[in-house]
Write a protein that binds this ligand. Structure first.
Ligand code: DOR
Ligand code: ZN
Ligand code: ZN
Length: 432
């Protein structure tokens, strides 16, 4: 379909928190852009997309995705990751720099934009804080920003050197960008493989306590507070971390934080039940019921601002090891919206509007991305979500090249059924 097509999406419940919209109305699309939401009904000369009974919201924005290109294209390419995204209703992804080689030079950033040109959704690179992600020397942050990096991160590892972090926070702020921090005290992590709790105690698997994360988050927030600069915290998993972030927000620290669907839904008992399936192995680890409850409260009260997938593909043979030796990582792009809808919205932990805020409006705001709202003149990035559609997670059906999901076989209710990126329908399972 050429992009000059004029569409009207009619009959759906349009949820656009950035513009305060939540009602049944029409969305008019002209070519690549949003013409208007609501107003006088006029369907003439338009392709009609009937969204009766559906939720219609700005395309989801995932600010924490791992693509494996360059270096490990067996696990994921930029294109396969983008295809996974659109099947999950995600229209914008920000990819982490821990590729091989890592994204720590301007030419690496440009390479991603080049490769992403053919991809079916928007792909924005996050660049390395430190050269080679080694945590020793700052990358050329100015060059990286100029080349189009949307944020900086050493994700996969913490920035252990406090002085390096201080300088990185200060430079990033001068460049108008944020750091997005993987927080972990490596001494407390102590080469653990799962959460330190009852299940690790029973199994004898070396464990990572919640305070490994919280100690580092607290340090990072103190440094950001001292400098008076904003900072974003990746994949919050522990109740101690929630307390630290909540307290920082209360004293006015400019912090935003994300949580993943897996940390919001799974607890370590599930790992036991699975017989230590390595698809549950992730860093930070799947924690306890208490941690989940703390994260859910934090979603509802605004301590956590966004949901991000931390989509971390690993090819099947690399996960085919015992729990201690398998790599950390869970894929999430194709299940994220459905999991949040099934497990949190339908169970009344959050409502639909908050879901869209957490998965689209807020993440776009955090990195100042041109997304997350159905504003007149914005790119027409739209997700149509069927709240009644029942489906079973089958990793073999994924567009992702990897299969490492702990949710295989889960029966979910609610699914993205049509995804539009810049006025083009890039995914459609409505049958129309
Ligand atoms: O589970 C994880 N996987 N945690 C990380 O920090 C890195 C990621 C990856 O790149 O596989
Ligand atoms: Zn991480
Ligand atoms: Zn990550």
């Amino acid at each position: 379909m050429p992009r000059e097509t004029k569409y009207v999406v009619k009959g759906g419940r349009v949820i656009d928190p950035a513009n305060g919209i939540d009602r049944i109305t029409e969305v008019y699309i002209d070519g690549q852009i949003i013409e208007r939401v609501g107003g006088k009904k006029n369907f003439q000369g338009r392709q009609i997309i009937d969204a009766t009974g559906m939720l219609v919201f700005p395309g989801l924005v995932d600010i924490h995705t791992h693509l494996r290109e360059p270096g490990n294209e067996d696990a994921e390419t930029i294109d396969s990751g983008a295809n996974a995204a659109i099947r999950g209703g995600v229209t914008t992804i920000c990819c982490m720099p821990n590729t091989n080689p890592p994204v720590d030079s301007a030419s690496d950033v440009r390479y991603i934009y080049d490769r992403a040109q053919e991809a079916p959704c928007w792909v924005y690179p996050i660049a390395a804080i430190s050269k080679g992600l080694k945590g020793e020397e700052l990358s050329e942050m100015g060059d990286l920003a100029y080349a189009g990096a949307v944020a900086f991160s050493d994700d996969g590892r913490p920035v252990s050197n406090s002085q390096l972090l201080r300088n990185a926070l200060a430079y990033a702020d001068m460049l108008g960008l944020k750091l997005t921090l993987h927080c972990e005290d490596l001494q407390l992590t102590n080469e653990g493989s799962m959460h330190e709790g009852t299940v690790s105690g029973l199994s004898g698997i070396p464990a990572i306590p919640g305070i490994s994360e919280a100690v580092m988050i607290t340090r990072d927030l103190l440094i950001a507070e001292f400098l008076g600069v904003p900072v974003h915290i990746c994949h919050v998993s522990a109740k101690e971390s929630v307390h630290s972030i909540r307290a920082a927000k209360a004293r006015g620290v400019s912090v935003t934080a994300e949580a993943t669907p897996h940390h919001l839904i799974l607890d370590d008992e599930k790992i036991l039940d699975s017989g230590f399936d390595t698809n549950f192995k992730v860093n930070p680890p799947i924690r306890s019921r208490e941690d989940i409850e703390a994260l859910r409260e934090a979603l509802a009260d605004g301590t956590i601002d966004a949901i991000a997938t931390d989509h971390a593909p690993h090819s099947p043979h690399t996960k085919d090891k015992d729990f201690i030796n398998a790599p950390f990582g869970i894929i999430g792009l194709e299940t994220s919206a459905s999991l949040i809808y099934s497990e949190l919205v339908r169970k009344k932990v959050i409502d639909e509007v908050r879901m869209v805020e957490l998965m689209s409006a807020n993440p776009a705001k955090i990195f100042d991305l041109p997304a997350g709202a159905l504003t007149q003149g914005a790119f027409a990035d739209i997700t149509i979500f069927d709240p009644e559609k029942k489906w079973t997670v089958d990793a073999n059906q994924f567009a992702s090249l990897s299969r490492n999901t702990p949710f295989a076989g889960w029966e979910l209710t609610g699914k993205p059924v049509l995804t539009m990126v810049a006025g083009e329908i890039v995914y459609n399972e409505t049958g129309e």
